[in-house]
Design a protein around this ligand. Structure first.
Ligand code: NAD
Length: 295
């Protein structure tokens, strides 16, 4: 089998990650179709502008900012699914819910080109379970491709094959991620939260639990785990806000649900304070308020 040339990509979901993955692709001069529920509600311009806004900070821009718009097209699931057939790679980046992802896959699968790779940007759901219901052929071309937030700056991409993912699919994704997108790739096993989130989420939860135990405020904790360590941008509560508190809660739940016998991973359920914020709709940076309010 020859190597796949990825000329056009579809991204499903224009949230925190989908919009930024699309921006990263445009930046690499790869045309993108960016699908989202909001496109159906007539907000195609909003979707494109949100993705393009992620590019404006680039200096120098690799090509004029005016040209960026030509590389991106907003699309909706009602009228544009047939256009998925033009794409060599489809990356799903919708909310971290197995049932929602399955429902979308059932709609999308019949429209994929026979050669196209299908990938999920899930933070830690089982890739094997995500592929339940696929044809044997599609299972060969399905893989986890986990970008980190923010995708432009975070060098790592985890690739998570299942037992049925073709070696060629994996090689093609690795070539694309490294050569076209300039990422560093780690091949991870299909275990809950893979590698980086298994470690990272555990350490965030440990810090949050200690903060609660000692009655420390989140800004004091962020000073201790961020600025004072010379890494202000990775401070604990700030990171949770950037990730999105609902997404963070889903990722914690994946670990809690699946690692009951693991002495480390299962000791922390979703923290009460985080649950309370999500219930109020304070989802972090994307909603304008979380632990911090948008300045
Ligand atoms: P988000 O909440 O910002 O966006 C979710 C998107 O999913 C929205 O565009 C929404 O329109 C869409 N959506 C919601 N329900 C849907 C449905 N039923 N059908 C179709 N579309 C639906 O989420 P996000 O942070 O961009 O996360 C997307 C995926 O990327 C998740 O699987 C998440 O775990 C993963 N991820 C997130 C981060 C992060 O830091 N936020 C990092 C890496 C991976």
């Amino acid at each position: 089998m020859s190597n796949l040339v990825i000329r056009k990509v579809a991204v499903l979901g224009a949230g925190v990650m989908g919009a930024q993955i699309a921006a990263h692709l445009i930046n690499a001069k790869v045309p993108v179709m960016l699908f989202d529920l909001a496109a159906k509600e007539g907000d195609a311009n909003g979707i494109v502008n949100k993705a393009l806004a992620g590019l404006k900070k680039l200096s120098p821009a690799p090509f004029g900012n005016a040209a960026h718009g030509a590389f991106i097209q907003a699309a909706n699931y009602e009228t544009d699914l047939a256009k998925l057939g033009e794409c060599d790679l489809v990356i799903e980046a919708i909310a971290e819910r197995m049932d929602w992802k399955h429902a979308l896959y059932a709609k999308v699968a019949p429209h994929l080109a026979p050669h196209a790779i299908f990938a999920s940007n899930t933070s830690g759901l089982s890739i094997t379970e995500l592929s339940n219901g696929f044809s044997d052929e599609l299972k060969k071309r399905f893989c986890g491709v986990h970008f980190f937030n923010p995708p432009r700056y975070m060098h790592l991409v985890e690739l998570i094959p299942t037992a049925t993912t073709d070696a060629q699919t994996l090689d093609d994704l690795e070539t694309f991620a490294t050569t076209t997108l300039g990422k560093g790739v780690v091949r991870a096993k299909d275990t809950p939260n893979f590698i980086a989130n298994r470690v990272g989420v555990f350490s965030i939860l440990a810090v949050m639990a200690e903060a609660e135990k000692f009655g420390l405020s989140f800004d004091v904790v962020d000073d201790l785990t961020g600025a004072k360590l010379g890494r202000a941008k990775s401070a604990t509560f700030r990171t949770a806000d950037v990730v999105g508190l609902d997404t963070m809660a889903h990722v914690i739940k994946t670990m809690d649900d699946n690692l009951k016998d693991d002495p480390f991973a299962s000791v922390y359920p979703v923290p009460t304070v985080l649950k309370g914020l999500v219930e109020k709709g304070a989802l972090g940076q994307k909603s304008g308020a979380g632990f911090y309010k948008k300045e």
